[in-house]
Every structure is written in structure tokens, then in C-alpha cells.
Design a protein around this ligand. Sequence first.
Ligand code: IMP
Ligand code: MG
Length: 178
Amino acid sequence: MITVRGKHIDVLFDEGRIAAEIDRIADEIAARSSENLLAVSILKGSFVFAADLIRAMHRAGLAPEVEFISLSSYGAGTEGGAVRVLRDVDSEVKDRTILLIDDILESGRTIAFARDLLLSRGAKAVEIAVLLDKRMRRKTEIEADYVGFDCPDHFVVGYGMDVGHAFRELPFIGRVVE
Ligand code: IMP
Ligand code: MG
């Protein structure tokens, strides 16, 4: 347990475990994926994961290009669910194999929206990598190709993930204890 901004945070996944899972994911991607991958990090939550994953991909022998898309869902984290594009990718995605990277797969709406958008623009294939999977919360039929950890049904912070813009800087994933 550590205290940040006066809040107690219970560590769920520490730095060492996260790094080990990311190396495993990168090896899996390298074993399965084609050359010429375009990694697309979904902002903001996935920026830390994406930064570590692309470097692990380099160590695994891959040379991805990297792009960003900023998405927001109305009433993020709650029920509801229309997703919109706040900032789009710059690159042409037609005929590219895409690796979509997000922090958490929860209802699945965010990733399903991003996948469908890229496919509608002619992407050849869209693979999905997420650090955390909250399967019990799924509302759409979508699964990730690469998953770090099954996530307990708690709201989690750190390693890029926030609550009210706070705690993205934490190097581990934790849960705020009320
Ligand atoms: P989905 O569209 O319901 O799958 O939600 C996925 C998005 O919700 C992720 O990209 C996260 O940004 C956000 N999210 C879901 N659960 C959490 C959480 O526990 N902590 C922080 N963000 C979360
Ligand atoms: Mg997100």
C-alpha cells in the first residue's frame, strides 16, 4: 500500500510483473505477426503500455510503425457508450496490418469502435493487444489477441490509467482504497 495525493493505493500488478508480461506479449506478437506492423495506441490510457510494448517488440525482433488515436466515450467508465474520435491517426491504414493497443478491455465498445473504423478504411487485419482484460464487464463480442492480465472487477489506476486525470504516473497498477 502506498499513499499518493493523500489516497491509499493498493498495488495489484507491480513493475516487475508488468515488464515480464509485456516481454511475453511481444514474443507472442513476433511469433504470429507479419512484417510492416502499424501499432496504434489508443489515447490517453494506453500511452505507457504502448511505450513499453513497442520497445519490447523491438527486442523481439519487430520494427513497428507507431500511431495514436484519441477516443472518448460519453460517460467514460459507466454505462452508455457512444465512442467518438477526438484526434485521428495521421497514417494511411489501407492494406496495413494494425496492432491496436489499449490499456483495458472492458465493455469492448472502445476497441470494437476502433477496429471497425480501421477496417472500414481498408486495413488488412486488426490485431488487439490489451494490458488488462475485465471479461466480466463485456458488452460486445470482442476478444483481444494478446492480453497481459485478467483484471479483477475494480476500477484501477496507474501505468497510464487515471481516475479524474490523476495517477497516470504511477509505475504500477493499483486500486484506490476508499
Ligand atoms: P470499454 O470501452 O468499456 O471496453 O472501456 C475501455 C476503456 O475504459 C479503457 O480504454 C479505459 O480507458 C477505460 N477504463 C475501463 N476500466 C478502467 C479502469 O478500471 N481504470 C481506468 N480506466 C478504465
Ligand atoms: Mg482508454
